[in-house]
Design a protein around this ligand. Sequence first.
Ligand code: FEO
Length: 394
Amino acid sequence: MKMLPIKNNVYYLGSKDINRKLFDQLIPLPQGTTYNSYLVVGSEKTALVDTMYPKKIHELIDKLDAEGIKKVDYIIANHGEQDHSGALPTLVAKYPDAKIVTNAKCKDIVQNLLHLDEEKFHVVGDGDELSLGDKTVKFILAPWVHWPDTMFSYLKEDKMLFTCDFLGAHYTKNDLFADYTDELVEAAKRYYAEIIMPFRNFAKKYTQMVKGMDVEIIMPSHGPVYDKPEFILNLYDLWTSDKVENKVVIPYVSMYESTKMLVDELATHLRAKNIDVKLFDLVNCDEGELTMELVDAATVVFGASMVLAGPHPAAVTAAYLVNAIRPKVKYYAIVGSYGWGGKLTETLESMLTIIKPEKLDYIVVKGKPTEDDLKKAADLAALIAEKHKALQAN
Ligand code: FEO
């Protein structure tokens, strides 16, 4: 295994994890992911930028050994989460003179997780610089994409920016540089939806900030390196904007087809009005696809059977997830069916504590929907179409 040269003595030492099936034990990874680590060799000092997921430490060490890297002066930690900081104990043991360069918040997180010697750290603040001789690293604090400790590192002379999790992707089909395919867009969107979208306003701010910088290469900590920064920045411009699509996302669970009848009736009428409808049967749902579709959907409709005296737990989980990832949906509704009673809408509504979409309608029927009930679904479709039309006019 070899380091891959990027430009001007900057190298990629990342690891592919194609067998990883879930991220955060939550979002399916169709291709796995990568953990990116970089080596910057200056005329006087050498810096490693971010480390590795603990289970892949051996790959990073093998690459450093294969290249005969005997001395690392600095290990820059842009973020404390262990898919990037997890190899720090191994590396400070391997390179005992190396200093861990990070910000105060990240140091605090790293110390809580890894318990390293205090003297190993060199703490930097926003705008501080570190000289490697002919190269200068400038540190830019960028909290909340997606933890409070995140920072970017900018190689001034080479116009290269290490963005850590920001602008990343769970994508493993390239070796180094982005291939700029639709598949990469999908992977980056899946990643954005879970990791970055909950902090959309910060992401919007940092997107504009990076666009205003003189950056020729973007090097995130997951996925490909971008030698055309505008590709990923333009996607982030779109995803972080307030603009929504003429789209309705319907996560639903139906025990005896009654809720599904309502969902199908609603979907049929929405599609007849040229609204893009994405149905997710929560029993066989890829949560990554659900979150991706929510990136730009205007409306979400939860469909739930009643189980015992409340909404089916799959629907509760979906509502919790939707609330947690904070999509920019403008409207929501609930449809469902019950056998003998219980509280369906109240529980689902109570999940939406962070996002505040406008409530459109709740359609809850006893048993199998009647013709009148199905008419209500058609009416809900008409209301959604009217609301979306008004959005497009604005
Ligand atoms: Fe890829 Fe927040 O760690």
